[in-house]
Design a protein around this ligand. Structure first.
Ligand SMILES: [Zn+2]
Length: 268
């Protein structure tokens, strides 16, 4: 079987890691983090949990942050062979399209967009030039999807809205985090399963009924589901156990744990 890859993790620059962790934790009901916030700590815990590598998702929460967030992503990607850091652009930045070129040229494999933190609805017209640029570069896009515990209302990336804009990405891969839409799983079944996109399993262990996870995976196809933890907010080892507990075939389990990720990231 291929290497296990945790496709949904976060870490922060050393100088701000402690503060970022405590702020984010506080917004989410004082959640207890599973690593200390830095790239070193993330990698140590992901490996201890059973993964061989992890995708690090970064988010520019305002236009001014865009460049420094990508600087951190590029630096992390270059320093850690087992961490695949994604960049981020802010939709309100006038330089967003150029920044996508820089992300691509630096060798990053994708970007994360967080419609709740970045204040846009996923199917707004103003996003189309960004999606089309991503499509032309062939970057992977990970969307935060469904409810965010820290910013629950309104939901900016619902399964129905996301389904509308998938064609804009052409053949560039799209990933909807949290099994297609956290706490929106009936709508995931209604609007997203079977469509050309990936789901990640982030933040599912002990938070999503295993029956519902199985139903979505079976309807969508295990070849388009990616192991994710949401480290530091859930633990890589726990999420691996969750996937293994679902009673899928060995082939399906291996695809979710790492086969699909290795294909997407073009590893090996
Ligand atoms: Zn996350």
């Amino acid at each position: 079987m291929s290497r296990i890859i945790d496709f949904h993790t976060h870490c922060f620059p050393e100088k701000i890691a402690a503060k970022a962790l405590s702020n984010l934790s506080h917004c989410s009901g004082d959640a207890i983090p599973f690593h200390a916030g830095t790239a070193d700590s993330l990698l140590e815990h992901a490996l201890a949990g059973g993964a061989g590598g992890a995708v690090v998702l970064n988010i520019a929460t305002n236009p001014r942050q865009q460049e420094s967030v990508n600087h951190f992503a590029i630096d992390t990607n270059n320093r850690f062979p087992n961490l695949y850091a994604f960049g981020s652009i802010h939709p309100e930045s006038p330089g967003a399209l150029d920044e996508l070129e820089r992300i691509y040229a630096a060798g990053l494999k994708g970007v994360k967009l967080h419609p709740d933190y970045q204040h846009f609805f996923v199917d707004e017209d103003r996003m189309l030039p960004i999606y089309e640029k991503i499509a032309s570069l062939g970057l992977i896009t990970v969307f935060h999807a469904g409810v965010d515990i820290g910013y629950p209302d309104p939901v900016h990336c619902t399964p129905e809205r996301l389904a509308h804009i998938l064609p804009a990405f052409g053949s560039a891969p799209v990933v909807a985090a949290h099994m297609g839409g956290y706490l929106c799983w009936q709508d995931v079944l209604k609007f997203l399963v079977g469509k050309p996109l990936y789901f990640d399993t982030a933040f599912s262990f002990s938070r999503m009924p295993p029956d519902w996870a199985r139903e979505i995976i079976r309807a969508h196809g295990a070849n388009r589901v990616l192991l994710g933890s949401d480290m530091p907010w859930s633990d890589t080892g726990n999420e691996i156990r969750f996937v293994k507990s679902l009673g899928l075939s060995q082939e399906e389990t291996d695809a979710i744990l790492g086969g699909n990720a290795c294909r997407l990231l073009q590893l090996q």
